[in-house]
Design a protein around this ligand. Structure first.
Ligand code: GLU
Length: 548
């Protein structure tokens, strides 16, 4: 068959040659070792932790090597597209400090290798499709859904591999006249790859995360262009990553099984392969078993979860680094004060079997990260979180800025800072008793204290209360008060001779704590009273007495 004539017949409107695009998108002028990476999300409206994980690896690899990180929107599937999804992708990633150098932005596209929306690249794909037809490596397929079903049925009966290939590929060797007739009749067609792979042969490839892999050759005549001329993922990936001069393709494990197709396409087009890095899926522990994080079951898969709960982006980044690179925690211990960006992420140290994502661990990391964030910065962060996710709190935060700053400073400075702030929702809950509208009695008075003693405790507390007392004077008064009511003034006396006392000073101060804060445990009581002020302190005690 005259393939050149066929190519002309199929793509009469394509007048550019591959050389044209090779010149239009020249090799990038970067220093040796600089990596060019990309993120290729589909605008489906759902952006998840897996996307962030992959984005972060790509971003680090590019930026720590002086390379380029770009955003390409893979919008070839119109049916799955959701309006506003691109903005969601960009702003969600930006929240976590993932910034692109090139590609799609909220203000249009930047960079010399665009367009960066795949749907706008139709004529580029078709140019290379035409080239493959010319080389005899692609052909039009006019099969209908019914034809394809008939092939599947036949294969199933014969126990053969499913798919469009070899002798089952009806359109692989169509008569040129028939093709011409079909085209003239306006019959729709997809363009298929003419594979010369053999399922019994395998090839070797090195995945930078997984090491050397042996994979079966692709033998399927996969679809390159759909009936509307829009490429499949396979073809778009190969053409785009070649022309955009991507050096490292970091993508999810779900693409590993189609790697043989991609390798075959790069070969057919005579292009060098990028370095492939297939990440592992994120798993979670459930009842002692690892399972994949699921969109349906696990709200923490969605990035919106972290934003709405008010996780600080630095905490999430830091945690991600611990699961991306096994040596990160060691580095952090040795460099407690260095910005995490100084850590050099290495592909070789990435896990090649299911990565465990653990919310508790994230919370622990977050505690360490938040302790290093200055009060004022944390306040600003909480305010912006409130504005976005708890608008009813924003005026309170603005009005009570000084109070909040004092609250945030409680026990966070000094030799042994308290590490109990995790994320905004939790922080607000943790300190909500400072605000009358949010104060609630959550715990019961301690069992060790007789019910009849509660009122006398609170009354003598209020009678002897002097807001100007320092911590020692204040506590001395509680000791006296406890002793008067037959509670040990020192816990150790109680431990030695429990039969001599009703309880000890700690139980008595828990009564006060519950009256003041509604909770049995809290940071230092004296300090909290100092922050609350005399009036609110006395009001709370009086209210607790009245409620008895
Ligand atoms: N559009 C693909 C996805 O959203 C991109 C995969 C890739 O990075 O190549 O999964």
């Amino acid at each position: 068959m005259d393939y050149a004539a066929l190519a002309e017949l199929l793509f009469p409107h394509i007048d550019k040659t591959p050389d044209y695009y090779e010149t239009l998108y020249p090799a990038r002028q970067l220093s040796p070792g600089a990596k060019v990476t990309r993120l290729g999300p589909s605008p489906t409206g759902f952006i998840h932790l897996g996307n962030l994980y992959v984005a972060f690896v790509n971003e680090r690899l590019a930026h720590q090597s002086g390379g380029v990180f770009f955003l390409r929107i893979e919008d070839t599937d119109e049916k799955r597209e959701v309006e506003g999804a691109v903005e969601v992708i960009i702003s969600s990633l930006e929240y976590f400090d993932i910034r692109f150098d090139e590609g799609v932005t909220v203000n249009g596209e930047i960079g010399e290798y665009g367009p960066y929306y795949q749907r706008q690249r139709g004529s580029i794909y078709q140019c290379f499709a035409k080239e493959l037809v010319k080389k005899g490596l692609a052909y039009p397929c006019f099969c209908s859904e019914e034809d394809l079903q008939a092939i599947r049925d036949k294969q199933e009966k014969a126990g053969e591999n499913p798919g469009y290939y070899g002798a089952f590929a009806k359109c692989r060797n169509l008569d040129p006249d028939e093709i011409e007739r079909n085209i003239q009749d306006g019959k729709p067609f997809v363009l298929r790859f003419r594979s010369n792979g053999d399922p019994s042969r395998s090839f070797q490839i090195v995945d930078a995360i997984r090491g050397p892999l042996t994979m079966p050759e692709n033998f399927q005549d996969v679809v390159l262009l759909k009936q509307n001329g829009i490429p499949t993922y396979h073809f778009a990936h190969v053409v785009d990553d070649h022309l955009m001069r991507t050096t490292h393709v970091v993508r999810g494990e779900e693409w590993l099984s189609s790697l043989p197709i991609h390798v075959a396409l790069f070969k057919a087009l005579d292009w060098p392969l990028p370095i492939y890095c297939h990440t592992t899926v994120l798993m979670k522990m459930e009842n002692g078993n690892k399972r994949k994080l699921s969109k349906r079951k696990d709200p923490e898969l969605s990035l919106n979860y972290y934003r709405s709960q008010g996780y600080h982006p630095k905490a999430v980044r830091e945690y991600l680094l611990t699961i991306i690179n096994s040596n990160y925690e060691e580095w952090r211990l040795a460099n407690p004060d260095s910005p995490m960006e100084e850590f050099e992420l290495t592909i070789e140290k990435m896990s090649s079997s299911g990565t465990l994502f653990d919310l508790d661990k994230l919370n622990d990391v977050s505690k360490e990260v938040l302790v290093r964030i200055p009060d004022e910065e944390l306040y600003d962060f909480m305010l912006s979180w409130a504005k976005a996710y708890r608008p009813e709190l924003a005026p309170l935060f603005t009005e009570k800025k000084d109070l909040l700053l004092r609250i945030l400073a409680i026990d966070r400075h000094g030799e042994k800072p308290r590490k109990d702030l995790v994320y905004c929702e939790q922080i607000f809950d943790y300190f909500s008793y400072f605000f009358d509208d949010y104060f609630q009695v959550e715990d019961d008075y301690p069992e060790e204290v007789d019910r009849e003693d509660i009122k006398p405790i609170l009354e003598s507390y209020i009678n002897s209360y002097n807001h100007g007392d320092d911590r020692n004077q204040w506590f001395e008064k509680i000791r006296v008060l406890a002793a008067e009511l037959d509670y040990a003034a020192k816990p150790k006396d109680f431990k030695k001779n429990p039969e001599l006392y009703k309880g000890h000073v700690g139980h008595v101060s828990t009564v006060i704590r519950i009256a003041l804060m509604g909770r049995a445990s809290s940071p230092d009581l004296w300090e909290i009273q100092q922050i609350m002020g005399e009036e609110q302190t006395l009001n709370r005690i009086n209210k607790a007495i009245a409620a008895l």
